[in-house]
Design a protein around this ligand. Structure first.
Ligand SMILES: Cc1[nH+]cc(COP(=O)(O)O)c(CN[C@@H](CCC(=O)O)C(=O)O)c1O
Length: 304
């Protein structure tokens, strides 16, 4: 990812991609306290637009607040910077990665005295879990690793260090031939994927785990609202892994994953074994919204 043309916004300035570096004694590199976002820009009929930029930046600031990281820029400055990065890299669509991290000004567990740095990169990123998966559905496996307990780390924050748990889970699942992992919460209920929120469909109703231990997904919130607009009842509840086995449909949501159908969990076929009708309807409505084909949510699109 480091050897490519383009520009990265680093601490207030656009720098050539290859020159956007940091010292090996960067505090966050050693101790894992950084906060980040994943945001997508789409090519809409009215030009390139960033989807729910405001909500993503608000979450970035919430994550920093939770970890007492003093952000050196305002939300508005970072919103504008994200648009600038898309323009500078001439991207019609792409994936944005804002990251705030502690620099190399200080070593030792305490980051007190280290400076908070901010970078924003963007690159083209297609179907996160594969094009085939978007139609046919993916195969997932319940992880042997448990999702964070809410007082072991801060699950409301999208924090770099939290992703060691996701890496372990995703690595285990993909090594065993699956497309992604499903993590259970500390009490054994289905929680979320390594990088996605979970939904299941049963008897025409949509269910998703409550937010106790999972990331407060922006795509999750979007899909819940779109489902309501389609007249589909949405229920947040504790979901057991065998409720997923017996679901009529299941899918993951995420900025990168978008709406990805799940056809199998732990070698149990889910429903008819491919993308179900409600998943298809929600996927189509989601793409209508992000590509600007739906006037209903034009306010969710920040033109670049
Ligand atoms: C653990 C987790 N749960 C849920 C979500 C969905 O959140 P949202 O994007 O707000 O709907 C994500 C985003 N995962 C990001 C990281 C992907 C990556 O590999 O990096 C993403 O989708 O951008 C998670 O990382």
């Amino acid at each position: 990812m480091s050897d490519r043309d383009g520009f990265i916004w680093q601490d207030g300035k656009l720098v050539p991609w290859r020159e956007a570096t940091t010292h090996v004694l960067t505090h966050s590199l050693h101790y894992g306290m950084g906060v980040f976002e994943g945001v997508r820009a789409y090519k809409t009929e009215r030009g390139t637009a960033i989807f729910r930029l405001k909500e993503h930046t608000e979450r970035l600031f919430r994550s920093a607040h939770i970890f007492q990281m003093q952000m050196p820029y305002t939300a508005e400055e970072l919103n504008e910077a994200q648009k600038e990065v898309i323009r500078a890299n001439k991207l019609e669509s792409g994936y944005l990665r804002p990251l705030a991290f502690y620099g190399s000004e200080k070593m030792g567990v305490s980051p007190k005295g280290a400076k908070v740095h901010v970078i924003i990169a963007a690159w083209p990123w297609g179907a996160y879990l594969g094009e085939e998966g978007m139609q046919r559905g993916i195969r997932i496996k319940t992880s042997s690793y448990t999702r964070h307990h809410v007082n072991i780390t801060m699950v409301r924050a999208k924090a770099s260090g939290n992703y060691m748990n996701s890496i372990l889970a995703n690595n285990e699942a993909t090594t065993d031939g699956y497309d992604e992992a499903l993590l259970l919460d500390p009490e054994g209920y289905a929680c979320e994927g390594a990088g996605e929120n979970l939904f299941i469909v049963k008897n025409g109703k949509l269910y998703t785990p409550d937010l106790t231990a999972c990331l407060e997904g922006i795509t999750r919130a979007t899909v819940m609202q779109l489902a309501g607009e389609l007249g589909i009842e949405v229920i947040e509840k504790r979901i057991t892994r065998d409720e997923v086995y017996c679901a009529d449909e299941a899918f993951f949501t995420g900025t990168a994953a978008e709406v990805t159908p799940i056809r199998e969990l732990d070698n149990r076929q889910i429903g008819v074994g491919h993308r179900g009708p409600i998943t298809k309807a929600l996927q189509e409505k989601y793409f209508d919204v992000v590509y600007g084909r739906s006037a209903a949510h034009a306010d969710w699109l920040a033109t670049v």
